[in-house]
Design a binder for this molecule. Structure first.
Ligand SMILES: [Zn+2]
Ligand SMILES: [Zn+2]
Ligand SMILES: [Zn+2]
Length: 340
C-alpha cells in the first residue's frame, strides 16, 4: 500500500517530530474523522488534490501513540513486539476515541487489556486501565477492572488522582461511585469488627487456663509453679478465661492487628488491607484455655473472618451502561442491563 500523505506529529516525552507516510484511503476507511478531514472541501483534503504527498501536521497527537495506531491500520504491527503498559493503553484509548477508531481496532483492544493486566503494579495503573476501559467503551473490562480497583484502592484516592494528568480526566461520577462503594463496604466491615464485642458479652462461661498470675507483681507463671520466682509470693491463683478477659483480649488482638481504634484504619485503608488485618487478627491469637478451639474468643474471631470474606466476595465492579446513564451515582439502583 503506497502512502499518499505524510502525517507529522511530536513525541510527547522528547518532542521529536516524526513523519509517517500513510495511505489516505486506509485512514478514510478506518476512521470517520479522517474521512472528514480528507474531504476536498477541507484544508487537508484540498492539499491532497493539489500536491503530491502533502504533509499534514497533527499538532495535538502523540507520535509514539499514533505510530502504533498507524502501523495497525497499515497491517505493519508486529503483535510480539507490542508492549502496552497502563499509560500507553489509556493514551491509545484517548486517540482512538478522538479519531473514532474503536471499531477498526476492536480486536486489538482485548489484546492490549490482556497485556496491561500483567503489568499492574499500582492502584494508579488500575485507574489508567479504568480510564482506558471507559474510553474504549468495553463493558466487560470496565466491570472487571473496577472490581479490582474497589478492593485495592484506599479511601481518598480521588485527591491523589486529581493531581495526575491522565487520572484527573477520569469522569467524576466514576470516582464518586467508587468512593461511595468503598466507604460503604468499609463501614460494613467496621460494624462487623465492633459487633464481636457484643457477641462475646453473651458468652458467660469461664474456662480454666494453664497459667497462673502472681497477685503481688502481676507476672504470669506456668500451671505447675508454686511460688513467684521474683517476689517469692505463693499467692498464684489460676487464670480463668472469662467473659471480661475474653473481651479485653479481643481488643488487645485488634490493637495488635492495627484494627483498633477503628477510626484510622477504616478511614484510610483499602478493603484488601483491612481483610489482611482481619486475617492476621485471627491467626495471631496467643490464647489457650480448657475450651480449646471452642473458646468463644476463637469461635467469634473465625466468624468475623468468615463474614468479612463474604462481604469482600460480594463486591462487584460497575456496569458501564449504568455509569453512563446516571451522572449522579445511586448505590441503591439495580442494574437491569443484559450482557452476553
Ligand atoms: Zn510475683
Ligand atoms: Zn478461652
Ligand atoms: Zn447496568
Amino acid at each position: 500500500m503506497d502512502g499518499d500523505v505524510i502525517l507529522a506529529c511530536q513525541n510527547r516525552d522528547d518532542h521529536v517530530t516524526r513523519a509517517f507516510r500513510v495511505s489516505s484511503k486506509v485512514l478514510r476507511l478506518a476512521s470517520p474523522v479522517f474521512a472528514g478531514m480528507f474531504r476536498p472541501q477541507f484544508e487537508e483534503g484540498n492539499l491532497l488534490l493539489q500536491k503530491e504527498c502533502p504533509v499534514v501536521e497533527l499538532k495535538e497527537d502523540d507520535a509514539s501513540i499514533m505510530s502504533v495506531i498507524l502501523e495497525i491500520l497499515h497491517f505493519r504491527c508486529d503483535i510480539e513486539d507490542d508492549n502496552t503498559d497502563s499509560e500507553t493503553l489509556a493514551r491509545l484509548a484517548i486517540h482512538c476515541d478522538k479519531y473514532d477508531l474503536s471499531k477498526s481496532l476492536g480486536p486489538w483492544v482485548a489484546f492490549w487489556f490482556g497485556k496491561a493486566k500483567s503489568v499492574v503494579t499500582s492502584t494508579n495503573d488500575l485507574g489508567r486501565q479504568l480510564l482506558a476501559a471507559y474510553t474504549f467503551n468495553v463493558s466487560k473490562e470496565f466491570k472487571a477492572i473496577s472490581e479490582t480497583a474497589l478492593k485495592t484502592v484506599s479511601p481518598g484516592f480521588e485527591d491523589d488522582w486529581e493531581t495526575q494528568e491522565l487520572l484527573a480526566s477520569l469522569p467524576v461520577n466514576i470516582k464518586d461511585a467508587m468512593s461511595l462503594r468503598i466507604k460503604r463496604t468499609l463501614d460494613v466491615l467496621e460494624t462487623e469488627v465492633q459487633k464481636v464485642e457484643a457477641t462475646l458479652r453473651l458468652s458467660l462461661r469461664s474456662y480454666e487456663t494453664s497459667q497462673r498470675t502472681c497477685t503481688v507483681c502481676g507476672r504470669t507463671h506456668p500451671e505447675q509453679a508454686k511460688r513467684c520466682h521474683r517476689c517469692k509470693s505463693s499467692d498464684l491463683p489460676l487464670n480463668y478465661c472469662g467473659r471480661d478477659t475474653r473481651i479485653a483480649e479481643y481488643f488487645a488482638i485488634l490493637r495488635k492487628a492495627e484494627l483498633w481504634p477503628t477510626l484510622q484504619p477504616f478511614g484510610n485503608c483499602s478493603i484488601s488491607d483491612i481483610m489482611f488485618r482481619i486475617l492476621c487478627a485471627q491467626t495471631d491469637v496467643n490464647h489457650a484455655c480448657s475450651a480449646g478451639q471452642s473458646c468463644p474468643l476463637f469461635v467469634n474471631l473465625a466468624k468475623l473472618t468468615d463474614k468479612a470474606r463474604r462481604v469482600e466476595k460480594k463486591i462487584r465492579g460497575f456496569c458501564l451502561l449504568c455509569i453512563r446513564e446516571d451522572y449522579e451515582w445511586d448505590e441503591s439502583k439495580r442494574c437491569t442491563h443484559l450482557y452476553d
